[in-house]
Ligand binder design. Sequence first.
Ligand SMILES: NC(=O)c1ccc[n+]([C@@H]2O[C@H](COP(=O)([O-])OP(=O)(O)OC[C@H]3O[C@@H](n4cnc5c(N)ncnc54)[C@H](O)[C@@H]3O)[C@@H](O)[C@H]2O)c1
Length: 265
Amino acid sequence: MLRTALDLSGRVAVVTGAASGIGRSSAQVLAELGAAVVCADINLGGAETTAKLITEAGGTATATAVDVSAAASVDALVAGAVAEFGRLDVMANIAGIMHTSTVVETTDEDLEKVLSINFKGVFYGCRAAARVMTEQGSGSIVNMASSAIDTANAGLLCYGAAKAAMFQLTKTLATEVGPHGVRVNAVAPGWTVTGMTGRHWTAADGTEDADRKAAVAAPMAKMSPLKRVGEPEDIAYAVAYLASDAAKFMTGQVLRPNGGVTMPW
Ligand SMILES: NC(=O)c1ccc[n+]([C@@H]2O[C@H](COP(=O)([O-])OP(=O)(O)OC[C@H]3O[C@@H](n4cnc5c(N)ncnc54)[C@H](O)[C@@H]3O)[C@@H](O)[C@H]2O)c1
């Protein structure tokens, strides 16, 4: 039954990028489905808030600091989750940063930083989780890609290349761990209202400019046949599906909750 297949009771999930946006929403949805969730982020205060929101809603969650660009930090995150909860069923590699610069203006430091967080960070999460899950004989890894894997956008080389490399990682790892009962998939969202996109209308003190928000979101919504942009929950539902047994025949795939903006063929 689909309801049973979506039930994550007794499962343990680690979510990186859980302090904000898509990561926070994914942590909340996984917890709603019954998983105990380790909310991990470089922003520990934000991760703690997410864990508090989950526990106040009746779920189980803890918060921990992680810098996904450091392998040792990610290894410690996964080891800590296993030490606390005894297993690892879902690894959602969601932490990421935006960066824009044309190829010719990109510095060595820009390239290194974006690859370190958006690609190597996911690699470290995949590797640490796969080691535990293959031993366990089960598990689902979900990596957060982007519509940028399907399109070429001026100024988005670092970001898009890191996300495209992540998709290759997703497919390759899927072939390696599938025989051990572990699935690996990616989600490639379209433009979604989060802290990442909110930088266009949010002041340093956190106040939002509603007119600016509407002005920035309108052209994005216009590109979608649904005439809307994404909300974090739209993406979190895709994460939850892939994390659950409802997706038990899905591996090496990318789901595209993007309002129909990119339709690769
Ligand atoms: N918002 C969009 O339109 C959109 C579209 C496609 C893909 N994505 C992807 O979704 C993911 C989540 O982004 P979001 O939109 O929710 O943005 P967000 O900025 O709200 O969340 C990103 C989170 O990652 C954390 N993070 C950054 N660097 C980190 C590090 N080194 N270690 C640990 N955590 C770190 C941040 O603290 C933050 O909480 C990202 O991978 C992003 O590329 C977002």
